[in-house]
Design a protein around this ligand. Structure first.
Ligand code: SAM
Length: 234
């Protein structure tokens, strides 16, 4: 295995990375409530069996405290809360109360042009919250930034022999954040890494990569994608 990639199969609430060692986090945790139903998931197969929005939010805050510890002083963390519009304001206020992180801009991943997702009831799905250390003022009129990137679940399906779980983010979306919020040689961490698209994108862009996912099935998919990358390079 290459030295610039670390892979873990752990609960994100129990992952301990070195202090200030990560320049960019991307988190796309499993969903809860209606967002989860929309993806066909069952409550007991996802995110520590949490049954309520309160438990879900407190779990995310526990993860955010680890993020705060390992985030570099000038680093950025993004958390994608998918179409969970109702929880974003509560999440942001908990972050500001319980962690030293600041909430910045809200990025909206708009894939409403994607034909095969027209059945989903929301047009703009991906709500991505920017978290960082310190404080700078974000002009409220510029708080929402829309990224229009199509989404093709079929593209990722081939990596997933146990079916389509949750969402898989296209490489292009990851690339946008990696290019804008890190530089070559920096460390990128995707701690709800799923199929591993985040670390694949980051390695292609010459970042060091840290992957984590609680599910062994997802960990195996990510590991095999990384091996494919290695093979391509040889
Ligand atoms: C929405 S998917 C991430 C998809 C990923 N962005 C991709 O492109 O494939 C959420 C992932 O979080 C993982 N997960 C759920 N609870 C977790 C936990 N407590 N710690 C770490 N990973 C967890 C699930 O196994 C699932 O793979």
């Amino acid at each position: 295995m290459r030295k610039d990639i670390e892979l873990y199969c752990k609960d994100a609430t129990e992952i301990f990375l070195d202090q200030s060692s990560v320049n960019l986090f991307f988190m796309n945790p499993s969903y809860v409530g209606s967002a989860l139903e929309e993806y066909g998931g069952s409550l007991d197969s996802h995110i520590n069996n949490v049954q309520s929005i309160d438990d879900y939010l407190s779990l995310l805050i526990r993860v955010a405290k680890h993020v705060e510890h390992s985030l570099a002083p000038d680093g950025s963390a993004f958390i994608m809360l998918q179409n969970q519009h109702n929880i974003v304001p509560r999440f942001c206020s908990l972050i500001e109360t319980h962690t030293g992180l600041t909430v910045g801009q809200l990025f909206v991943w708009d894939f409403s042009d994607t034909e095969n997702l027209k059945h989903l009831k929301y047009e703009k799905m991906g709500l991505i919250v920017h978290l960082y250390k310190g404080s700078f003022y974000v002009d409220p009129t510029k708080r929402e930034y829309v990224l229009r990137i199509p989404f093709d679940p079929q593209k990722i399906k081939k990596y997933n022999d146990i079916g389509f779980i949750g969402s898989s983010i296209p490489e292009e979306l990851y690339e946008n954040f990696i290019l804008a919020f890190s530089k070559e040689g920096d460390t990128f961490a995707d701690i709800f890494g799923g199929t591993g698209t985040g670390i694949v994108s980051s390695v292609k862009l010459n970042r060091k990569a840290i992957y984590n996912d609680i599910a062994e099935s997802q960990y195996k998919i990510a590991t095999s994608r990384i091996s494919d990358l290695n093979a391509d390079e040889q």
